[in-house]
Design a protein around this ligand. Structure first.
Ligand code: SF4
Ligand code: SF4
Length: 238
C-alpha cells in the first residue's frame, strides 16, 4: 500500500486508508518486503556483535576444525522466512553456481535422511553438518542470510567475552514476528526447523527456483571481522 503525501506544511496529510473506527490500517506485508525487513534485522544484529564482541573471538578464517562442518555440533534452527532468504541467496549469490545450488539442495536432502532431521521430536537436540558450509570459502550465505545463532557463535578465550544472549533473543523475536505477520499465527507453517529441513522443503515447493532472468546480486554489505589476539585481521565465522 502506498502512502500519498498531500499538500505541504500544515496541510500535509498521510492518505493511508482509515477504518470505520478511525484507526489506520497497516499495509499488508508482502514476501519481498518481509525479506527486506528480515535482512535489516539481521544486519542490525551483525553490527551489534561485530562492534562489541567480534574482535575478542578466535579467527575463524584460520580454524583447522570449522564447527559448521562438524556433524556433532551444528543444531541451528531457523524459520521459514529465513529459509526463503537462504534459498534466494543460493539462487542469486555470485558465489553459488546453478550446479552448486543443486548440490547444496542434494546435500540438504541427504542430511535430512542421514540425521533423521524431519523426524526428530526435539530438533534442537539433533546435530548435523551444515550444507551451506564450503571448505576454504566458509558460509555461503554469510552476507545475505546468515542465521542469527551463527552470527552469535564464536570461540572466545575468556567466558566474560562471550556475547550476551539478550540481543539474540530480541532478534529471534523480531524474526518470529515477521513470520507471524506474513504466514499467520500457526507456527506449524513457519516455525523452527533445522537448516537442511527448510532447504529440502522449500526446494520441493519450488520456492526461489532459478529462472532465466536471474541477475546475481552484489554481496558484502555487512561482514563481521574477527581478529586473533595478535591483531591479525581474521576471516569471519563460516
Ligand atoms: S567458531 Fe570459528 S574458530 Fe570456533 S570452531 Fe567455529 S569456525 Fe572454528
Ligand atoms: S554459519 Fe553458515 S555454514 Fe555455518 S552453520 Fe551457520 S548457516 Fe551453516
Amino acid at each position: 500500500m502506498v502512502a500519498y503525501i498531500i499538500g505541504s506544511g500544515a496541510e500535509r496529510l498521510l492518505a493511508f486508508p482509515v477504518s470505520k473506527l478511525g484507526t489506520m490500517q497497516r499495509p499488508k506485508l508482502t514476501r519481498d518486503r518481509a525479506l527486506a525487513r528480515l535482512k535489516a534485522v539481521k544486519d542490525r544484529f551483525s553490527a551489534y556483535i561485530g562492534s562489541r564482541y567480534a574482535s575478542k573471538a578466535k579467527d575463524c578464517g584460520s580454524c583447522a576444525t570449522p564447527c559448521c562442518a562438524d556433524d556433532d555440533f551444528v543444531n541451528v534452527n531457523i524459520t521459514r522466512l529465513e529459509g526463503e532468504a537462504i534459498m534466494r541467496t543460493i539462487r542469486l549469490s555470485p558465489r553459488v553456481s546453478p550446479a552448486r545450488r543443486e548440490e547444496i539442495i542434494g546435500n540438504a536432502r541427504a542430511a535430512v535422511r542421514r540425521y533423521g532431521l524431519d523426524r526428530a521430536a526435539d530438533t534442537f537436540a539433533t546435530t548435523y553438518a551444515c550444507p551451506l558450509y564450503e571448505p576454504g570459502r566458509g558460509c555461503l550465505v554469510h552476507y545475505k542470510a546468515k542465521p542469527a545463532p551463527c552470527t552469535q557463535h564464536g570461540c572466545y578465550e575468556e567466558w566474560q567475552d562471550l556475547p550476551d544472549e539478550l540481543e539474540l533473543r530480541r532478534t529471534e523475536r523480531r524474526v518470529a514476528a515477521l513470520n507471524r505477520e506474513l504466514y499467520g499465527p500457526d507456527e506449524q507453517a513457519w516455525g523452527f526447523r533445522t537448516i537442511p529441513v527448510w532447504i529440502a522443503r522449500l526446494a520441493d515447493e519450488g520456492v526461489e527456483a532459478p529462472s532465466e532472468g536471474d541477475v546475481p546480486e552484489a554481496e558484502g554489505l555487512v561482514q563481521i571481522t574477527r581478529r586473533a589476539a595478535a591483531g591479525r585481521r581474521g576471516g569471519s565465522r563460516g
